[in-house]
Design a binder for this molecule. Structure first.
Ligand code: PLP
Length: 439
């Protein structure tokens, strides 16, 4: 019996004992390609000397100082760096310890912003179905993943949901991408009008949907339209880049590719690269000034915000991500990954769609390619793919679940950005064999 409550109770997991580059080794000496960076976390791979050195240097100075008494140069410098690299207008940074915490802070910041500017009647959050924003109560309520929410529904605060942008399944055959984007924007506008335009706080979305759908990006023009609708009604736009941010899609912030700037953006995972648990909310100057000129206090705060060792690790990670050529590498390697997946899996009768941006790719598994009918949940396809992949020395991130009454299985790939071309080919080879064996 193990004392640890594992995610799946009683599961017998291999013991990770070492990590180097894109590989994790277990206690039996077996080596795995970390094809999903955990869950899109390990963007620089394992054992990165510069990040470890930065952490050690900070440990030798001071490991912890409470943020109600002190700031630290590493936290200040991380905030400077992020604000300098972020889309113009996102000038301020609030440091937290992970993704759910970032989402909670962003939601509270958005609500408090309206209190500060004299609009306390604003109380509704709108998000999208088939999304994931974290597992704490507020973040879970925001997410539209019915499977994750089901048993907690009675204790979740009310959130309103509209359709995601999921062209593979929801764009009509006779609809252009522009018309599809317009239809979705109209749906958001109708929801805002239904709730009362003066009562809506924010619209929350992942630029590229990660855990729930598997690297599903928007159609062209979608976010531009969404931005316009939010502006029309004074609704804040919160983008959740916890999974797709920090270079994962080939630009430091995924929304750069959509040509819009949100009011608030959440980041985590790749920010610490797995070296430390850390997240952040970046906010516009308008929101910052409302706080600074209003109560002067963000009514929030956790014990470990701005943790010095986490800030030191993230500072180094972001410095490396910002080096010339890094994002080009992510884009080039992402193209190679997509091409490899297309070649190896494109003809499979059970691969419905292969998609994504940069080194963030998703493969949707279906029972019938023509009708896009998913497999019955009892087949537990995603679990079988995970098992077969691990047996072949590959870690990928398969997810399955019943969302809005429809079951779906997909595999998410998010390898470290340092993956070499020949390692991409090996990853694809192992994945194709695993999917073949699992179905
Ligand atoms: N938001 C998104 C988009 C995520 O993908 C996740 C985690 O997968 C979270 C929030 C929650 O992050 P964490 O698990 O660090 O709390």
């Amino acid at each position: 019996m193990t004392r640890i409550l594992h995610r799946t109770i009683g599961s017998r997991l291999p013991e990770a004992v070492a990590g180097q580059g894109i590989y994790i080794t277990d206690s039996d000496g077996k080596s795995y390609i970390d094809g999903s960076g955990g869950a899109a976390v390990s963007c620089l791979g394992h054992g990165h000397v510069e990040v470890l050195d930065a952490m050690r240097a900070q440990m030798d100075r001071i490991a912890y100082a409470h943020t109600s008494f002190f700031t630290t140069d590493v936290a200040e410098s991380l905030a400077e760096r992020l604000a300098a690299l972020a889309p113009e207008g996102l000038d301020h940074v609030y440091l937290v310890s992970g993704g759910s915490e970032a989402v909670e802070a962003a939601l509270k910041m958005a609500r408090q912003y309206f209190v500060e500017i004299g609009q306390p009647q604003r109380r509704h959050i709108i998000a999208r179905r088939q999304s994931y924003h974290g597992n704490t109560i507020g973040a879970l309520a925001t997410g539209g993943n019915a499977w994750r929410r089901a048993q907690f529904q009675p204790i979740l605060p009310k959130t309103h949901h509209v359709s995601p942008c999921y062209a593979y399944r929801d764009q009509q055959a006779d609809e252009t991408p522009e018309a599809y984007a317009a239809r979705l924007a109209d749906e958001l506008e109708a929801k805002i009008l239904e709730l009362g335009p003066d009562e809506v706080i924010a619209f929350v979305a992942e630029p590229v949907v990660g855990a729930t759908l598997g690297a599903v990006g928007p159609v062209a023009d979608y976010f531009a339209r969404i931005r316009r609708i939010c502006d029309k009604y004074g609704v804040l736009l919160i983008l959740d880049e916890v999974m797709c941010g920090m270079g994962r899609t080939g630009t430091l912030f995924a929304c750069e590719q959509d040509g819009i700037v949100p009011d608030l953006v959440t980041i985590a995972k790749g920010l610490g690269g797995g070296y430390q648990p850390i997240g952040a909310v970046l906010l516009s100057d308008r929101i910052y000034r409302a706080f600074a000129e209003g109560s002067g206090l963000f009514q929030h705060g956790h014990t470990y915000i701005g943790h010095p060792i986490a800030a030191a690790a993230a500072n180094k990670v972001v410095e490396i991500l910002a080096q010339p050529g890094m994002m080009e590498d992510v884009r080039d390697r992402g193209e190679r990954l997509q091409a490899g997946l297309d070649a190896a899996l494109g003809q499979s009768p059970h691969v419905g769609d292969i998609r994504g941006r940069g080194l963030f790719r998703g493969i949707e598994i279906v029972a019938d390619k023509e009708t896009k009918a998913p497999f019955d949940p009892s087949r537990r396809v995603h679990s079988r793919i995970k098992r077969e992949a691990m047996a072949r020395g590959l870690l990928c991130y398969p997810m399955g679940g019943t969302i809005d009454g429809v079951h779906g299985d997909h595999v998410l790939l998010a390898p470290p950005y340092i993956i070499r071309p020949e390692e991409i080919d090996l990853l694809v080879e192992r994945l194709a064999a695993a999917i073949d064996a699992a179905l």
